[in-house]
Write a protein that binds this ligand. Structure first.
Ligand SMILES: [Zn+2]
Ligand SMILES: [Zn+2]
Length: 414
């Protein structure tokens, strides 16, 4: 039987696992319940499993048994282990949920108040565990090694960066030649339809934090004080001018000031004004430039007005860049598996951000979206990822597991 048929055969297991995780969602880097469900699902498979220290990650290594795979000796001998022989491919699935109060009304809805798998990472875990099962059954024929990266903390906690620091890219003994990640979408794409693009796939995102310090005084005598409010206001508008005057419209940046705080009452000039902005960019060059020029801009405005400013960028996620050759390869695999008409070329990058970008900074690879819009819902109007009423259809679990498995199988065979 082929991978797709085998994936169909384990679909009920994948649905069970996904719903178990959905019922008990966890946020951030520490997801002990989710981790133990993953370890249970991998139980009995011929994998080298390690867990994280700074976060509750699971790294599972499957060594192939075909000539070239390190498992060739191990299968007839003393168990698995040792350095990889043949290429290494990494597959990543993220594990964490969001601080969202679920409003789907599903019978397997979250039982944890205020926490929900609203981004579909529960599906990613089930699909990746399914791929491990499908590939373990083919271990003897694998001409290389697969690293399964189960990653906490994608939603703003840079879990991928932590896993890289703890050695996930060297888990097999040598660097992967390619890395792939799937992400489900509750809207925009019909169920089972995949899309990707070469080059920039998702934006870089980071937080600009600015505090303007003057000195306070009486509102009736501003000349005796150093008022931080008009200076901070000038910075907010100047940042918008920066966006339109300093950046190529075809390599844009987005700056949105989302908070602005200063003062207490009408007639007191405060000492400080603070604001936070989200800054999005779509190329590493634009990202570097916006960081540099935004800091220079607010510094210049502050000094022009005789106040001080502290401004910094809080570590965010870099641009997610799909390797052109790996994306072509992945799109071909997806089209063969799902059907030509179910694999779309994505016209523009997404303005969201992803910490798989940290992996793709070091390993060429591809990030693919997989539609999971429930039947009967219109992808154009269905609640989107992160919404409290977002619904992801279980029917895509077997396709996703098969796609992960085929990406690794075919890449190792190249
Ligand atoms: Zn998300
Ligand atoms: Zn997500």
């Amino acid at each position: 039987m082929g991978v797709r048929d085998d994936a169909e055969a384990i679909a009920p297991e994948l649905v069970r696992l996904r719903r178990d995780i959905h019922r008990e969602p966890e946020i951030g880097l520490h997801l002990p319940g989710t981790q133990s469900k993953i370890l249970d699902a991998l139980e009995g498979l011929p994998l080298e499993i390690s867990v994280g220290t700074a976060l509750s990650s699971v790294t599972a290594v499957l060594r192939g048994g075909a000539p070239g795979g390190a498992g060739a000796d191990a299968l007839g001998g003393d168990g698995l282990g040792g350095d990889a022989k043949g290429p290494v491919v990494l597959l990543r699935g993220d594990m964490d949920a969001l601080p969202v109060a679920e409003r789907t009304g599903l019978d397997y809805a979250s039982q944890t108040e205020g926490v929900m798998h609203a981004c579909g990472h529960d599906l990613h875990v089930a699909m990746l565990a399914g791929a491990a099962r499908l590939m373990a059954a083919r271990q003897r024929d694998l001409p290389g090694t697969v690293v399964f990266m189960f990653q906490p903390g994608e939603e703003g906690h840079a879990g991928a960066r932590h896993m890289i620091a703890e050695g996930v890219l060297d888990a097999a003994g040598q660097r992967p030649v390619a890395a792939y990640a799937l992400h489900v979408a509750s809207s925009e794409l019909p169920a089972g339809v995949c899309s990707t693009r070469p080059g920039t796939m998702l934006a870089a995102a980071e937080i600009l934090e600015v505090t303007v310090r003057g000195h306070g005084g009486h509102g009736s005598q501003p000349h005796l004080a150093a008022d931080p409010i008009p200076v901070a206001c000038e910075m907010v508008t100047a940042l918008q001018t920066l966006v339109t005057r300093k950046f190529d419209v075809f390599d844009p940046v987005v700056i949105t000031v989302g908070t602005f705080h200063a003062g207490t009452v009408d007639n007191v000039i405060p000492d400080e004004a603070t604001f936070l902005a989200t800054v999005r960019s779509f190329s590493p060059a634009a990202r570097d430039r916006v960081r540099e020029s935004a800091l220079a801009l607010v510094g210049g405005i502050a000094s022009g007005h005789g106040v001080t400013v502290s401004a910094s960028f809080r570590d965010g996620y870099p641009v997610t860049v799909n390797d052109a050759a790996e994306t072509r390869f992945a799109a071909r695999v997806a089209a063969d598996l799902l059907g030509e008409e179910r694999c779309l070329a994505q016209p523009d990058p997404l303005t969201g951000a992803e910490d798989f970008s940290f992996v793709l900074e070091q390993v060429p690879g591809a990030y693919l979206m997989l539609g999971a819009c429930p039947p009967g819902a219109d992808p154009a109007t269905a609640p989107n990822n992160h919404a409290a009423d977002a619904v992801f259809d279980d029917s895509v679990l077997s396709a996703g597991a098969a796609l992960y498995a085929e990406l690794a199988l075919q890449r190792l065979a190249l």
